[in-house]
Design a binder for this molecule. Sequence first.
Ligand code: NAD
Length: 484
Amino acid sequence: MVSRTIPVDPFDLVIFGGTGDLARRKILPSLYRRHVGGQMPAEARIIGAARGEMSDDDFRAFTREAIEEFVPATKRDAKTLEEFLETLRYVRVDAVGQDGWTDLRAVVRPDVIRAFYFSVAPSLFGALAERLHEHGIADADSRIVVEKPFGKDLKTARELNAVLAEHFTEQQIYRIDHYLGKETVQNLMAVRFANILFEPLWKTEYIDHVQITVAETVGVNGRGAYYDKSGAMRDMVQNHLMQLLCLIAMEPPYHFDPDAVRDEKLKVIRALEPVAPEDIVRGQYRAGGGRPGYLEDAENPESRTESYIALKVGIANWRWKGTPFYLRTGKRLKARTSEIAITFRQPPHSIFDHPEGWRENVLVIRLQPNEGMNMMVMIKEPGPGGMRLAQVPLDMSFAEALGEGGADIPDAYERLIMDVIRGNQTLFMRGDEVEAAWAWADPIIQGWEARGDRPHSYEPGTSGPEDALMLLHRDGRRWRDIRE
Ligand code: NAD
């Protein structure tokens, strides 16, 4: 399959926080890959803007190192790297002061698309929006990109939205959730809405339950004190897992159009039921394998913040009432994996004498590693011995199915940054969606805070706390194994 690459229109992309960790690990390497992929027009320019003193050449050296570290050697070469580095500029600016803003104004070109990536702490968003406006650097067609965390509750999310709305319209604001940029996530929409096969079954009559798992093997070491103010619910569930749930549960939009898609996602969030305390299990990893436990990593022996959470979530609408969505995410688990598993109900009647081997049909959508889909179906166990049943996967790995083109699936950041330049907001969260997700999450968090609940401790390298198993056992179900 030949991949089609259409260069985007000429642009200036200013990365505020261009010398930070996110720029180094994700933004700059992703831009380089798009350059190699032929998607960057010759006139594109990338302008690093941060507080430190640096020349253009210093910023180029910083970017070269970032690319050498984060882009595999097989995916880069000296010629494209030099070309790419030529597109870079650096301007020293102070978000909260006046330094550097006239310099930035002089560098940014008025006749190209202008995008501003706010890769800085959210407390600086307001000041950046204000300065861009005050110095006439942004116009009505400019875009701003903001990173998570988008608030820590409904109140702070509303405040952030209000601050940005003072100078930018909703059509100009791109709230990144990189999960939405993953190939499989978009494929989920294609599979659901471009095939007749699944849609008739996509409802509580045929779907028993849904499991969404985002498991990490790493702990919070290095950023423990920061993480301790947030926890798995705020850091993962309110945004990433919620977005995945929406894409599974949403009604077909009337068109693949940013607002049509986001309207349908919003309806799902608004239909989420409150979660009862017995349907929540929180955990903290213990020390083990020569590594410290969560409390030590967080530098807070009294911490009640969760590094793991499992929840049973209900959706109160005609399509989903009666089909639980079990969500779980955690750190220091046995494998690094993200997947959605949709388990179908039993056939109404078995015609076979030996139904022992029978298992439910499960559609598994893997986000990482090895993005792809897997449909578990029943067949006759091969060979003699009568009609015995066996479950086999109908496997579709995108990298394999799409051949060479598939192996070059762009990383989520690559796609999302190009979408910003193209002006396509479909894969970005709208302000009302973010607020609705917090409106659902807030009472859950407030509930455990008011009750003084302590997270259960769990052994590192496992599937999480034992109690999380009970969340499904109680309902006569089982979690899928966490494995790569
Ligand atoms: P960082 O601390 O590594 O970098 C911060 C950058 O902001 C630096 O370039 C610094 O010079 C600049 N800066 C700080 N104060 C400034 C000021 N007054 N004026 C101008 N520039 C200033 O941070 P990071 O890890 O790159 O994170 C950036 C944002 O992205 C944060 O909001 C973070 O929550 C979010 N984020 C980061 C990651 C990640 O993997 N690092 C992942 C998701 C979201």
